[in-house]
Design a protein around this ligand. Sequence first.
Ligand code: HDE
Length: 728
Amino acid sequence: MSINPGPPDQRPHAPLVTETPNPGPPTARTRDTEDAKDAKDAALDAFRAPDPDGPLTTDQGVRVDDTDNSLTVGDRGPTLLEDFHVREKLTHFDHERIPERVVHARGAGAYGYFEPYASLAEFTCADFLQEAGTRTPVFVRFSTVQGPRGSADTVRDVRGFATKFYTRHGNYDLVGNNMPVFFIQDAAKFPDFVHAVKPEPPNEIPTGASAHDTFWDFCSLQPESTHMLMWVMSDRAIPRSLRMMQGFGVHTFRLVDRDGRGTFVKFHWRPLLGVCSQVWDEAQLTAGRDPDFHRRDLWDAIAAGDFPEYELGVQLVPEQDEFAFPFDLLDPTKLIPEELVPVHPVGRMVLDRNPQNFFAETEQVAFHTANVVPGIDFTNDPLLQGRNFSYLDTQLIRLGGPNFAQLPVNRPLADVRTNHRDGYGQQVVHPGTSYAPNSVGGGCPATMGGGRLAEGVFEHHQERVDGAAVRRRSPSFADHYSQAALFWRSMAGWEQQHITEAFAFELGKVGDREVRRRMVGNLAHVDPGLAADVALRIGEPEPGAPPEDRAVASGAGDAAGVAFSPALSLENLRGSGIRTRKVAVLAAPGVDGDQVRAAHERLGEEGATVETLAAHGGEVPARDGGGVPVDLPLPTTASVLHDAVVVPDGGEHTLPADPDAVRFLAEAMRHGKPVALLGSGVELSRAAGFGTPAGLAGVAVHGSGGRDDTAFWAEFARLIGHHRFPSR
Ligand code: HDE
């Protein structure tokens, strides 16, 4: 029986009962590979609301005469219970909300497709990885972790990066984050961790932030968090865009080939636009100027046809090398340095379609780490094992019962035949038997037996396990500092400075001195200089040398097998080019119109979005007598919503006296953004307190014209491609 083809009234041709006792391999090759991208879209059509261009009806399809006035006795009399339309309207409204996700409540989603570059058949029989170019539809949801649904996008936090692949052999969910490690090693600690990071119980403060006592109390007592803390205090936690961050599966998973041979795997997503972050002051200001900054950026890019693209990479470790590393592959607080095991690019994912209804799709999508397909399997990572329980469990309460897989966004493209029945919101009319074995139903649906991985029959990987039931952490998980120290050592100078400032900011907001001291003490195991600097900034004594027993696991050595990992530094992850970067041109009366046009043309050719801003909307009178069209009035926008600024010649009589313009440039300078100052444009820089900034990193100054100076615009484009100049 199939729940796939849509609600009963819209699938008159769908076979409800399989006639053959053995349904055969669920290849679902009704779609050819070229059509795969559209298969999910087409499947959703059956659920899309009918054309609204028609009469308003009740839920029962009865046409309604009036929806603005309740049925009352006379003009001023009481409302009648008989008014079924208004009662239905209010009742439905009263029940519109569902519980938000306990973590990752705030999110943004998009559809797209994944296609492998080449066959991965040597390592896995996963159907969607067999052939170069096979397109598998996907839905991706990005999220923050701590804040509620209505919180700001640009808070300091981990970002969720969850992908649902609608493969021909069922749905596969890769539920990852934008950082490759996690705060804890065992799922049993997850409720404690989340209670600690969530707002404080008495007053529900702070929203979307970890800078408070309970979070740091927990982490300071939980040294296994230290490595993840280094990532969260780095600029990785304040991405410029969801399109410009990496994604990681975090756990070690297992690929399984058609003969059942396993290979350990770590999954990586790498954005084609490069990895870019905001700076902390910028992120905080953005949260006020546009709390939807990331959502909007993703939505606008897809709507404009600038489809975000991510490359999938794998780190592969043969099973016989399980113990070849100085850390445990099952420990989710450890990464495999890319210098030890390179990341092989295996395919790309393109997000090319915005959802049509946030609630129906982005809110109701239900990810689950246990949604695997033949060819992909788990390991005994204790965090992963706990997740494999938790995600199904959470959907039961969040989506109100066991039939959430029938929600349009969650429906697999592969046929579904189960003996599950009933429950809230059941959409399928099952006429047949619902038990196995049966004879009256012809034995259907039938199992297919083991040894048929390649035919799409899932069979758990056979791993020999043997041991007593114990409640203790594996000794192989004991080193909590080596990789934290590796991360620290691998950072560029400006990254180390940002990390130090972030620790000082967060711990500076912690009221409990004991917590602050304990945390600084933990940092001494990572780097004594870092600990001393943070201690100084928050007014705590410099911690002494770490105690002997802990020093064994300290970062002083090179226990991770590599001393430096360049792959960890943002300095080495920038993309090339300036596609979709937002450039502001500040125009004022008397502006050189040719320069404004040159900025639009030259930078626009390279793919940037160039906007002319001025004190008022409409047009700005240009020096040559013409008018320059204004895209946005300055008071409606802010420099934090742009990546670079151009100040053309000719506005010197007005711009330096406009506080909005002065603040705009001052902030851009402070946030290390590329700035082009042409001719008298330097006057604005002087008014902003930066003098004549020739020679400052990321600032391009042109004495006069610049409009025909291709070399100047090419150089400025290069600076924009560099993203930020934090050293300024
Ligand atoms: Fe999650 N996590 N998690 N998590 N997680 C949830 O599931 C959980 C962990 C991640 O966009 C919840 O549907 C446990 C690691 C993402 O819908 C919940 C543990 C990683 C999302 C849950 C972890 C993640 C979630 C809340 C420790 C990165 C959002 C709502 C054992 C690899 C998915 C929901 C979306 C969501 C449990 C740890 C990523 C409660 C128990 C590690 C991206 O089930």
